[in-house]
Ligand binder design. Structure first.
Ligand code: ADP
Length: 421
């Protein structure tokens, strides 16, 4: 009955013929919006309790969330795709997009980055999966249990754990909780599945019985051995159990992203896929996710989509390799909860390596950060951009980075003023 149906959970997005699923969220309850969805043309509303609308328009289930998840699961059972599940604190979206770019839409489905949760994942499978033989799925966690739920919907044949860092640790409840939550991707994969694990002792000592291969920087079964930047490209060398690869990427990747490519090479091998690696070389990241531009001979790193200590570390490392003088415009790392002060203290230390730091303190959470390289603190993009432009000269490198909620893209867009393309 629901085959080929399109599902919507936000009544504002309802359209003719769609199926509206009323979910109870933290802030509101979809049951209040059933009428609006039907007025907008929804053919049916899936609900848990009666709503005052035409009865024939309601489809009752015990739990609307489980309903979505079960339906997505059934679709997977029907098509039997090989599933690659990817999790980790940093780099999920880019790794998933790179694999998908290599395999192509005809044979591989992938979930968009913002549809990587217990609701988003089933929604994207139900609405957009067309029966391709491979599924490349980004699996996100807020708290332990989340990834186990995602694995119940789409149980991976190959589970990739990119890294375990400190992103969202305020929400997850601490570093141990993050590790525990992420390991669920290994504990809940298929019986004969293969895990691809970052060569981090914290991870490996917790994974014993399962079949796995490792990847890392100068360590692991699949390893990045070295890399250099040339203009706007990156040359990187890899050693794998199947041989040696030299790749020349048409963009600047930071060392974290380059290490993730070792995991991607492992994915291709364990699935026995012969992939044209020139496709991997031609991948260019989307704006905001460590996209590097060369403007008036200044390297500009737009990394405004999100931030964590680990992603700051690799960004600064790369910046030091790119520029003769290095600067950063930085904002808060969000979702750190009780760890916020400690996180910003550590951030201050990382930024000591630079020649100058501009703090975009629109939300003031970053105000606790101490760093001797701070040149200016301001909540006005114009003030920062004017001072920065006066300072920069050719061969410099500048990084723009903060958690997304900070809105750092305002500053980078003003700085670029249409020069990004
Ligand atoms: P996610 O979907 O996990 O948030 P993205 O692909 O959007 O990942 O990248 C987020 C940030 O993580 C970027 O700043 C990127 O440079 C950084 N990053 C990617 N891989 C690593 C890694 N292995 N270690 C540290 N930072 C990384």
């Amino acid at each position: 009955m629901f085959e080929n149906a399109k599902f919507v959970i936000d009544s504002r997005e309802a359209f003719e013929g769609c199926i509206f699923v009323a979910l109870k969220g933290e802030r509101t309850d979809g049951h209040y919006y059933v009428r609006e969805a039907l007025e907008k043309g929804a053919a049916l509303a899936v609900v848990e309790r009666p709503v005052d609308v035409q009865k024939e328009k309601l489809y009752f289930v015990e739990d609307t969330r489980l309903f979505l998840q079960e339906l997505a699961k059934q679709k997977i059972v029907k098509h039997e795709p090989k599933i690659v599940g990817i999790t980790g604190s940093n780099g999920k979206t880019t790794a998933k997009e790179m694999i998908h770019h290599c395999l192509g839409e005809e044979i591989a489905f992938r979930n968009p980055g913002n549809l990587n949760t217990e609701i988003g994942l089933p929604l994207s499978i139900l609405n957009d999966y067309r029966g391709q033989p491979y599924m490349i799925l980004e699996m996100a966690m807020n708290k332990p249990g989340d990834i186990a739920t995602l694995c119940r919907i789409a149980q991976p044949h190959v589970s990739v754990l990119l890294n375990v860092g400190t992103a969202h640790r305020g929400v997850a409840g601490g570093d141990e909780q993050i590790l525990k939550g992420k390991l669920e991707i290994v504990e809940n994969m298929r019986e004969n599945g293969i895990a691809i694990l970052h060569n981090d002792p914290r991870i490996l000592e917790r994974v014993r019985s399962r079949d796995f291969v490792t990847f890392g920087f100068q360590s692991g079964d699949y390893r990045l051995t070295s890399y250099v930047y040339e203009g706007l490209s990156t040359r990187a060398w890899y050693e794998t159990p199947k041989g040696v690869h030299q790749l020349r990427f048409s963009t600047i990747f930071n060392v974290g992203q380059l290490v993730n490519v070792a995991a991607i090479l492992a994915v291709f091998d364990v699935l026995d896929l012969r992939v044209d690696l020139t496709k991997l070389e031609s991948f260019v990241p989307v704006g905001g996710r460590f996209r590097v531009l060369l403007i008036d001979e200044v390297y500009v790193v737009d990394d405004t989509y999100n931030a964590s200590l680990e992603s700051f570390k690799v960004a600064v490392e790369t910046l030091k390799k790119l520029g003769e003088r290095t600067y950063a415009v930085v904002g808060s790392i969000k979702e750190q909860g009780v760890y916020s002060q400690e996180t910003h203290r550590q951030l201050g230390k990382i930024l000591e390596q630079l020649d100058g730091v501009f703090v975009y303190n629109v939300d003031h959470e970053i105000d606790s950060m101490e760093c001797s390289k701070i040149l200016l603190k301001s909540d006005e993009p114009e003030v920062i951009v004017t001072k920065l432009k006066n300072l920069l000269r050719r061969k410099d490198a500048v990084l723009f980075k903060a958690s997304r909620a900070v809105g750092m893209e305002k500053v980078v867009n003003l700085f670029l003023g249409g020069k990004a393309e």
